[in-house]
Every structure is written in structure tokens, then in C-alpha cells.
Design a protein around this ligand. Structure first.
Ligand SMILES: Cc1ncc(COP(=O)(O)O)c(C=O)c1O
Length: 388
């Protein structure tokens, strides 16, 4: 899925040029910072003997998925059927939909891709009906191969969203999965999204300690009936050190570590966590000036504001205020501090990376830093708008 040809072609002309050539507003990756994040996360997982399956719902890109897999990730996670199918079409070979899929037409599309071996797929379930519906779709698609799709049973480990309660409830679902030869029971999905953004490291540790208790209860209940979970998968950027240290989770699903948004930067870092740097920016330009404020050309059509407004990375000393869809209002953080001039560049760190990425057709990859660097390549955001 390329951007409209005019935009895409114009942007191609920036490749090889200095950062000044990048039109505004644009979504820019500092490739050097991103690659440091990539390597630190890969090392963290490798040193602990854990599988890494980063969440591609964050970057929505086949190229970045492949980059993560080239550094040791076993595959990627997504949340949506169409995200999975688009990434598969773009050559990503191992994709886990870490979410429940119930609609017959979605399962039909997924089953068709399983039959065509478009990738190795996995899916989360939390109901007998979900399993029955998946089985019906696989059968209708003519999937006869044994263990053609991996199926994880999701347990609610504290978020109060999807998942069966911890303990016995998983048992019936695992037994049902075992009745369908085309499905392989791959283990438990245990993700606590609500824990990720608790600001204190100790608060996050407490939340995941409770999640671990829920996992333990479930594993024990299964074990009593002779069922051994092959894997427990979960964790995000905020809490991954806790799941990693628990001895229960075997696979980490963190996504945001690659870009680190402004919201995540307000978490107190756990001492055991790798240091992740901001690598995603919106480049904007000052288009209007008054005595007490400047206005840049990036409003909330260029960055999501569900987790707060962007932070100004550069120039220093500015505070971003909501100026609406296409504008951002910049004020001096301290009285008398200088405001940028008309035409100046302003670099913003988005509040929340996932929905910000979903607003853009491509990333502009910059090598050599945001002041002296040049545009190395454009990276397509393949699953933009893949919401079904
Ligand atoms: C199921 C699941 N796993 C992992 C993640 C990754 O979390 P993060 O991007 O905060 O690292 C998410 C994010 O919402 C998620 O929903």
C-alpha cells in the first residue's frame, strides 16, 4: 500500500538530501536511534533466553517487521486480521493476531491465508464459540494440514479486557482446541495493558506480580489435568522487565520500545530495563508568529493526542498547546525565552506512537541525526487503516 503517487513521488526526491528538504508535517524516524533501540531489545531478550515477538500494531510496517526478525525476533504480533494479511502479503512470514477474531468474514480471510500458507499464523481465543467459528472457517477453506494454525488461549491477567478468568476456565478451551487437528494449542496469551503506563516502576512490578499469580494459577490448573502450556506470551514496553524476570513468560510482545513516545518517557524507568531513546518525530514548520506565541503546521491530523500533546524536542524551551487539526501553538516554557521565527523547523515527539503512525502513509528515515542528517529511505506504513 503506497501513498498517493503525487505525495510518494515528491517524497522520493528527498532521499539523499539533507533533513531541510523534508516537507512538513512529516513523520520522521531517526534511524540511528531506532537501530539502537532494536539492538538493545534484541540483546535483552537473547541474554534472558526469551523469545521476542514485537508488536507490529505499533509501526505497521513490513520493512520494520523484517528488520526486527533479522535481529532475532521470531515473528511479529498484530491486533487485526487485515494487519496480518497485509503484512503477510508484504512478505512477513510469522504473524500472531494477539486478539480475538469472531466475525465469519474475517475468519474466512484468515483461513484462506492459512490454506495458502501466506505466512505462519497464530490467533488468540477466549471463548468456545470463537474456537468453533475458527474451526468452521478452516474447514470451509479446506485447511486439512495438521497444526496449520497456532492458537493461544487468552487469560485476563488484570486489564479487565479480553480473556477468560485465570484458573480452570482455560481448561475447556484447551481441550476444545485439541479436538481440531488443524489447530495447535500454542500456550497462553497473558498481557496486562493497563500496567504499562503506571508511572512508578514499583507500581508496574506490583501489577505484573498479580498477573504472574494469575498465570501460575492457570498453569497449575492445566497441569493438574495433564496439560502443559508450551508458552506464555505477553508484556509491553512498560513492564517487560517484570514478565522477563518472572520465569513464567517465554515470549515478549513489546512494541513501543522501537520508537518511544512522549507518554512512555514519563514512566520511571526500571533499573533493569534497557534504555530506549525517542526515535519517532513529527517535523513541522513555524507558519505564523505573534509577540507571545508561534504556530506550527502540525495539528492532531499529524499526531494522535489520546495520550497527551506532543513534546517539543527541538528547539528547547517550548511548550506545545492544542491548535486544532492543522495547527500547533508554541509558547515559551519560561517567561522571556525566545520563540522560533517564521519558517523555523520544530521537531515534535508524539504523545502516543501507534495512533500517530496510523495517520501517515510513510516514514521518512533519517540517518546522521535530525540536524545534520540526510534522508536515507522512505518506509511504507503498510497497514495504515487496516482496522478490520
Ligand atoms: C496484546 C498486546 N501485546 C503487546 C503490546 C505492546 O505494548 P507496547 O507498545 O506498549 O510495548 C500491546 C499494546 O497495546 C498489546 O495490545
Amino acid at each position: 500500500m503506497k501513498a498517493p503517487p503525487d505525495t510518494w513521488q515528491r517524497a522520493q526526491a528527498w532521499v539523499g538530501q539533507g533533513v531541510d528538504a523534508i516537507d512538513t508535517p512529516s513523520l520522521v524516524i531517526d534511524l540511528d536511534a531506532m537501530e539502537r533501540n532494536l539492538a538493545r531489545m534484541a540483546t535483552f531478550a537473547r541474554e534472558r533466553g526469551l523469545r521476542l515477538r514485537p508488536h507490529a500494531k505499533m509501526h505497521k510496517s513490513a520493512e520494520l517487521s523484517r528488520l526486527q526478525m533479522a535481529q532475532g525476533a521470531v515473528g511479529v504480533c498484530v491486533q487485526k486480521t487485515d494487519e496480518a494479511l497485509r503484512l503477510a502479503a508484504a512478505g512477513v512470514g510469522n504473524i500472531y493476531i494477539s486478539n480475538e477474531v469472531i466475525a465469519a468474514h474475517k475468519l474466512e480471510r484468515l483461513a484462506g491465508a492459512v490454506r495458502d500458507r501466506a505466512a505462519r499464523f497464530a490467533l488468540a481465543v477466549d471463548s468456545a464459540e470463537g474456537i468453533d467459528r475458527l474451526a468452521a472457517a478452516l474447514q470451509a477453506a479446506g485447511v486439512h494440514e495438521a497444526a496449520a494454525i497456532d492458537v493461544f488461549v487468552e487469560i485476563d491477567v488484570g486489564q479487565g479486557r479480553c480473556g477468560v478468568p485465570p484458573g480452570e476456565a482455560a481448561l475447556a478451551l484447551v481441550r476444545l482446541i485439541h479436538q481440531h487437528p488443524a489447530m495447535r494449542w500454542a500456550g497462553l496469551q497473558a498481557y496486562h495493558g493497563g500496567a504499562q503506563h503506571r508511572r512508578g516502576a514499583a507500581e508496574r512490578a506490583d501489577a505484573i506480580a498479580a498477573s504472574a499469580q494469575a498465570v501460575r494459577l492457570t498453569l497449575d490448573a492445566l497441569r493438574q489435568h495433564g496439560l502443559h502450556a508450551p508458552l506464555v506470551t505477553g508484556a509491553g514496553t512498560g513492564s517487560l522487565v517484570n514478565e522477563a524476570a518472572s520465569g513464567l513468560w517465554g515470549e515478549l510482545q513489546a512494541g513501543s520500545y522501537l520508537f518511544m513516545d512522549a507518554d512512555y518517557a514519563t514512566n520511571e524507568r526500571d533499573a533493569a530495563s534497557p534504555v530506549f531513546e525517542h526515535a519517532l518525530f513529527v517535523k513541522s514548520q513555524v507558519m505564523s508568529r505573534s509577540a507571545d506565541h508561534a504556530v506550527c503546521d502540525a495539528g492532531h491530523k499529524s499526531h494522535a493526542i489520546d495520550s497527551g500533546l506532543p513534546r517539543v524536542a527541538h528547539p528547547a524551551g517550548l511548550v506545545f498547546a492544542n491548535g486544532g487539526d492543522e495547527h500547533g501553538v508554541l509558547r515559551a516554557a519560561a517567561p522571556g525565552a525566545p520563540l522560533p521565527a517564521l519558517g523555523d523547523t520544530v521537531w515534535l515527539i508524539p504523545g502516543h506512537c501507534d495512533p500517530t503512525v496510523n495517520l501517515h502513509d510513510f516514514f521518512v528515515g533519517v540517518r546522521g541525526g535530525l540536524t545534520q542528517g540526510h534522508v536515507e529511505r522512505l518506509i511504507t506504513i503498510d497497514t495504515r487503516g487496516a482496522l478490520a
